[in-house]
Design a protein around this ligand. Structure first.
Ligand code: KG4
Ligand code: ZN
Length: 331
């Protein structure tokens, strides 16, 4: 079964073809990051226009040399409404023209399963951590379509906090990769930023941590002129986010007696997060899986993967409802 996946929820236009849920025929990703960089964030108007301009050629590239697929999966939320609409309309038109089944896929669910695409050791059940630009969620995944959402973002997501802290340090956009690189050269013990654990809940809140960095910089403006000091601030901030994400996810796996964790979403590309999870996993005899770097950030391969599972189970949609704040739900 060949499934075409389409992803346009934010600022990546992506199309992928996945064969039999296993073999990636293609995964074409066009990133608009350069166009949003001057604004230090994604401009929804620009994003949807660029999706319209790119989507057809991206799909053509992903299909080559195929002329037909057996089904289409498209992200229908959460995300930017204008961006989502471009994917939805394209997918609906193609499914109608080719007379093949169409399914809508939840962007967060596709991040949850992203490690499954390349790592054959992944299996169910697992505890999933989604750490992306818009969300931070801990989910117990009992099966495809069977979820127990333990907690989520109360304010700034993990990725958002990386982007906002990078902006206030004046070190470029998107902030995650910048802070990741600079942290490698910094001292993570240099400044003791708070660890927002929100004890007693599985929720996350990173806005207070971001404010702590802001207050620190206001009090120590000269630090911004010193490259090493900026690296130290990055490393100290990152250490707090990583510690909270790792400790809470490991705690959830222990409490729910599940020996496997899958991490997905843009922040899963973070080197320190990967190392820290690896160590904590070994210590607690819990297997931790990550997607490859290319599948950590937004891509259509993960959409095709989940779409294959839905189509196999008989899911069909003739028209899709786009939902910018779609939540994780059972199916
Ligand atoms: O999953 P994603 O591509 O898009 C959303 O669904 O939001 O995640 C994008 C987020 C951005 O906030 C970006 O700064 C963050 O992922 N990110 C990282 C790294 N690479 C991307 N954060 C920390 N370390 C990284 N290496
Ligand atoms: Zn995403």
């Amino acid at each position: 079964m060949r499934i075409l996946g389409i992803e346009t929820s934010c600022d990546e236009t992506s199309a992928a073809v996945l064969i039999d849920g296993k073999k990636l025929h293609s995964n074409i990703i066009f990133s608009q990051v350069k166009e949003h960089r001057p604004f230090k964030g994604v401009v929804p108007e620009i994003a949807s226009r660029r999706h319209v301009e790119e989507i057809n050629s991206i799909i053509e590239k992903a299909m080559k040399p195929l002329t037909q697929v057996d089904g289409i999966a498209v992200t229908h939320g959460p995300g930017l409404v204008g961006s989502l609409l471009v994917g939805k309309m394209t997918a609906e038109a193609l499914a109608w023209a080719w007379n093949v089944p169409l399914v809508g896929v939840n962007h967060l669910e596709s991040h949850l399963f992203s490690p499954f695409l390349e790592d054959p050791r992944c299996s169910l059940p697992f505890v999933g951590l989604i750490a992306s630009g818009g969300h931070t969620h801990i989910v117990v995944v009992d099966d495809f379509g069977k979820y127990r959402v333990l907690g989520g973002t109360r304010d700034d997501s993990a990725g958002e906090s990386f982007d906002k802290v990078a902006a206030l340090l004046g070190i470029g956009y998107p902030g995650g990769p910048e802070i990741d690189c600079r942290s490698e050269k910094g001292d993570f013990n240099a400044i003791k930023f708070p660890r927002p654990y929100l004890e007693g809940t599985w929720d996350f809140s990173f806005s207070g941590l971001k404010t702590a960095v802001l207050y620190y910089v206001r009090k120590n403006p000269n630090d911004l002129k010193n490259k090493q000091r900026v690296n130290d601030i990055c490393a100290s901030f990152q250490a707090s986010v990583v510690e909270v994400l790792v400790k809470k996810t490991i705690k959830a796996a222990k409490q729910y007696e599940i020996k496997r964790i899958c991490v997905g979403g843009g922040v899963s590309a973070n080197r320190s997060l990967r190392k820290s999870f690896e160590m904590a996993g070994k210590l607690n005899k819990i297997k931790v899986h990550f997607p490859s770097l290319r599948l950590s950030t937004d891509n259509a391969a993960m959409v095709a993967f989940l779409g294959t599972e839905k189509i196999k189970r008989g899911h069909r949609a003739s028209q899709l409802e786009v939902n910018p704040s779609l939540e994780i739900a059972n199916w």
